[in-house]
Design a protein around this ligand. Structure first.
Ligand code: SF4
Length: 550
């Protein structure tokens, strides 16, 4: 649930030269409603009011600029009121859409969770969130139905095991993605975990970086599988071996999807592990100081990088922030295979890691408890979340692999899933998201079940990403089949939930954005038939082991 509904709609005007509100150019006056509330009070300060006032006085006591603005700095979004159909999303005022319950996003930087942490999330889910839990494609867990009255107790439980919701949302440095198998995978180039820990230790909750133009998505992965979607983050550090200096990181900047998708550009530098946090600080400082603050729709770093080009970004980083020159570096070799870690793979120490697929990321507090039990019974208890809405259990001896696979299967978590279950992701959608036009998780789960039934032998990698609106939280433009939620006219001439279809997008060696065949829209009811036809045509026409995306 990336964007927020608080900014009033603005009519785009011609922008004066340099008039984007960049602080680095001395233009610091707030230029829209979001910039105004951020200037009036730092988002991080809302915590004191939650603990001091709102949790006691209740939902009605919450100041509107906190409710629809600063709450996000602590991972809280109001949910959509139940029963409001997607056709009314754009026409209602925020207070007509706001329910008095919250979605709560919990950071797990690098996707790393201990069994104690997973159990704490599970306890919170069961006690305060109606047993809801979704694994997101940003390696977070999201809970729903949270009451403001319970937030202080939730923080106490989470922070007692080293978890936080600080800057899980808002115009802040969001969770830092990491390879889910960092430090364990047999094929690892370099373990990026120390860099992630250093970034979080130094900068998360730091008021120097709590008023960015918009969100800042980052990633560090030393896996050759490039498992953090580096093409679409604001900054990514991807493992590469320098011929003279050894393992380090190739740096990408300025990726992002939403309604103006752009793929990240290489800076052309090589950064050693111990300098990643410094370079990360330089990149986020460029964003804070030069990022566009006039229009929310142009406020992501990708627009600045697109205008400047990677060479100028590098020059500004070196001259204004690092005060030194970075080493030129080789490009990381694109990884041609799967990035999701689903299956059983060797670790460096002779043990295995086991990746499992829930259906479209949906689990529950009850299931999270049982995953923690399984991870301890069959491994050391270490668990990781992936950037594909999956999870990985680490440190599994050979004799424990099949018992673990069976135990996960009982929970609906498949280690050897169908291609449809493996490749389908869905965003939050109309069930809880105020920006949604259509339902997503239920439609996607039903699609998976029907395709498994109809095409039981289909065996080619296939990504199907389902979004509830144009914002692309589930990355529609980089899927084989991307589905953007909208209202369509069905076969009977009635308005119905449906999707605009994007075809042929992908990440990896041939990274590119999907195309939108003109007028190709499909209703939710027709979706299984449509995908079955597309997949059937591919199966008939493919040559050899050609994959869907090739
Ligand atoms: Fe994101 Fe989905 Fe909500 Fe749109 S409907 S904002 S894509 S979570």
């Amino acid at each position: 649930m990336a964007p927020e509904p608080t900014a009033p709609a603005r009519t785009p005007k011609a922008r004066p030269e340099g008039g984007h509100g960049q602080w680095g150019l001395g233009e610091t006056a707030p230029l829209n409603a979001n910039e105004t509330f951020k200037r009036e009070d730092d988002g991080l300060n809302v915590r004191a009011r939650i603990e001091g006032t709102y949790a006691d006085a209740g939902f009605a006591s919450i100041d509107p600029s906190d409710l629809r603005g600063r709450m996000r700095w602590w991972g809280l979004y109001t949910q959509r009121k139940p029963g409001i159909d997607g056709g009314r999303t754009a026409s209602l005022e925020p207070d007509e859409l706001d329910d008095e319950y919250f979605m709560l996003r919990i950071r797990s930087d690098g996707g790393i969770l201990s069994p104690e942490q997973l159990r704490a999330i599970a306890d919170v889910s069961q006690t305060y969130a109606r047993d809801t839990a979704d694994i997101t494609d940003r390696q977070n867990v999201q809970l729903h139905w949270v009451r403001i009255e319970d937030v202080p107790a939730i923080w106490q439980r989470l922070e007692g095991v080293g978890l936080t919701t600080s800057e899980a949302c808002g115009d802040t440095p969001r969770v830092v993605l990491g390879s889910p198998v960092a430090g364990v995978a047999a094929d690892e180039i370099i373990d990026g975990t120390p860099a992630i820990e250093e970034i979080v230790r130094r900068y998360v909750g730091d008021p120097r970086f709590s008023n960015l133009p918009r969100k800042f998505k980052s990633a560090v992965s030393g896996s050759p599988r490039q498992d953090v979607a580096h093409e679409i983050n604001d900054v990514s550090f991807i493992g590469v071996v320098h011929p003279e200096h050894g393992p380090g990181f190739d740096v990408y900047v300025g990726g992002g999807l939403s309604t103006n998708p752009l793929l990240a550009q290489r800076l052309g530098v090589w950064v050693p592990l111990e300098e990643v946090a410094d370079v990360w600080e330089a990149v986020i400082s460029v964003f804070r100081d030069y990022g566009y603050r006039r229009l929310r729709t142009r406020a992501r770093l990708k627009f600045l990088v697109s205008d400047w080009g990677a060479a100028k970004v590098r020059e500004v980083i070196e001259t204004q922030y690092l005060k030194r020159t970075l080493l030129d570096g080789p490009a990381a070799a694109p990884y041609p295979g799967r990035r999701d870690h689903v299956g059983v793979y060797p670790q460096q120490d002779g043990l295995s890691y086991v990746g499992a697929a829930p259906t479209v990321g949906r689990v529950s507090g009850t299931v999270l408890h049982r995953i923690a039990d399984l991870a301890e019974a069959h491994g050391t208890g270490r668990i990781r979340l992936t950037a594909q809405q999956k999870l990985v259990v680490l440190d599994v001896p050979e004799a424990e692999v099949e018992p673990l696979v069976a135990g996960l299967h009982e929970l609906g978590l498949e280690v050897r899933p169908s291609e449809f279950r493996r490749g389908t992701m869905a965003c939050t959608g109309i069930e809880f998201c105020k920006l949604a036009i259509v339902e997503t998780k239920g439609n996607a789960a039903s699609l998976v079940a029907q395709l498994e039934d109809r095409l039981p032998t289909f065996d080619s990698p296939l990504s199907i990403h389902v979004n509830g609106c144009p914002n692309s939280c589930a990355r529609i433009q980089v899927a084989d089949i991307g589905l953007k939620g909208m209202l369509v006219t069905d076969a009977d001439g009635n308005q119905a939930e449906g999707f605009q279809v994007h075809l042929g997008g992908e990440l990896g060696p041939d990274a590119g954005l999907g195309r939108k065949p003109r007028g190709l829209k499909v209703s939710a009811a027709e979706l299984p038939d449509y995908v079955e036809r597309v997949v059937g045509r591919f199966t008939e026409q493919r040559e050899g082991d050609e994959s869907f995306g090739s």
